[in-house]
Design a protein around this ligand. Structure first.
Ligand code: ARG
Length: 414
């Protein structure tokens, strides 16, 4: 009996060559392609898998699951890696891995396989997700093993009659899903080089954006977006519409010099209009609804969450624990945020919530002020007691720095 492996198949050069290479190593290959919103021709990909030597080819629509199970929790968490990257690729991998595992079980396969190199984060995400979900499965990573460069692969493909996909002509390596597009390699490997125009596919050059700003209103319920411009909108519709609108106004371009898990620094360009808009809107709504202490602590959780996702620990006890905290914080993150998009930038210009902690009667300098200003004096007396004591006991603070402050002051007397 030949052993079976389920391969995450994108239809590109690496995974096409991988089918044949795995066949040569004695594997019966089942190709598995999941649609996370990258607008590929899935029929063609499925056909190509079979032509190349797969014994079966699955395609699956993972878009709703991707948004509901991976993107929304990360949006609620406010996850942005190294202050820049909304984690599109990193969030897609654990879902693909989980689906591979399901197919492997259904088909009685003993292994799963992916086309990741040995230099990136994605291999870690696949391998660790598989270890968490199905420790009994072997993970095969042909690209990590075969030691071929791109030209070797093309030669291998031609020798074995494998159709070389059109994407090979691109100088870039790209990955895309509903949460964003990742672009690296080619001229981008020079961190001094400005990204050329052909890097971008989703977002307009700010010089070519409409001359009038656009406004959009996003409604949230418990930190999850569910309304667009006052109308209910499902996840797919919402993200697709925001990618399009943001892209048209040049919003969501990110140039990130990032730290990979395995110790390499690399430069990646991202296009993530919907992610940028939604993260910004969600943050704005938290600003008006979260208690100060919760907001402060949650910043640390957001950072941990982003690191955890980036580092391939989606399926881990840490994520379960962090998510318990995140969910608890989102109970009152309801309301609407208005954004203004204009030539490459987006700004929050309005926010409101039925449970907002912003209270006009407390904040106002105008009529209806309910704040008791006389209470401030006693509060400050105690708040400052510590530094007052330090100053009295240990010497006046900063006495040295202050000496020169009045050197150039002119004094006038009648
Ligand atoms: N650097 C990003 C990450 O690790 C994206 C990786 C995939 N990028 C690509 N261009 N294929 O999540």
């Amino acid at each position: 009996m030949t052993k079976k492996v389920v391969l995450a198949y994108s239809g590109g050069l690496d995974t096409s060559v991988a089918i044949r290479w795995l066949n040569d190593k004695g594997w019966d290959v089942i190709a598995f392609t999941v649609d996370l919103g990258e607008k590929k021709d899935l029929d063609t990909i499925q056909q190509r898998a079979l032509k190349t030597g797969a014994s079966a080819a699955y395609v699956a629509d993972g878009r709703e699951a991707f948004l509901n199970l991976f993107v929304w929790p990360s949006l609620q968490a406010g996850a942005i890696y190294e202050k820049q990257y909304p984690l599109a690729t990193a969030l897609g991998r654990p879902l693909i891995a989980a689906m591979l595992v399901q197919v492997a079980r259904r088909e009685g396969a003993t292994a799963i396989a992916h086309g990741c190199t040995g230099k990136g984060n994605d291999q870690v995400r696949f391998d660790v997700a598989a270890a968490a979900l199905a420790p009994e499965l072997e993970v095969v990573a042909p690209v990590r093993e075969w030691g071929m460069n791109r030209d070797d692969e093309i030669e291998y493909a031609q020798k074995h009659g494998i159709e070389v996909p059109a994407t090979v002509r691109s100088p870039y390596s790209t990955d895309e899903n509903l949460w964003g597009r990742s672009i690296e390699a080619g001229v981008l490997e020079d961190p001094w080089a400005e990204p050329p125009a052909d890097v971008y596919a989703w977002t307009a050059d700010p010089r070519e954006c409409p001359d009038e700003p656009a406004y959009v209103e996003i409604g949230f319920k418990s930190g999850i977006p569910s309304m667009l411009d006052g109308r209910p909108a499902g996840p797919l519709e919402l993200v697709t519409a925001l990618n399009r609108l943001g892209g048209r106004h040049g919003v969501g371009r990110i140039d990130h010099l990032e730290n990979r898990l395995i110790g390499i620094k690399s430069r990646e360009i991202y296009e993530a209009p919907a992610a940028v808009l939604l993260l910004q809107a969600h943050q704005a709504l938290e600003d008006i609804t979260l208690p100060k202490e919760v907001a402060r602590f949650k910043e640390q959780v957001a950072q941990q969450w982003a690191q955890m996702v980036y580092d391939g620990l989606w399926f881990s006890p840490l994520r379960d624990a962090l998510y318990a905290f995140v969910v608890e914080t989102q109970a009152h993150v309801d309301g609407e945020v208005r954004l203004k998009l204009f030539k490459g930038s987006s700004q929050v210009v309005g926010r409101k919530s039925p449970s907002q902690l912003y209270q006009l009667s407390l904040a106002t300098y105008g009529k209806g002020d309910a704040f008791d200003q006389s209470a401030a004096a006693g509060f400050i007396k105690l708040w400052g007691l510590g530094v007052r004591t330090a100053s009295q006991v240990q010497g006046r603070l900063h006495a040295q720095d202050l000496q020169h402050l009045l050197r150039d002051v002119k004094r006038l007397a009648p």
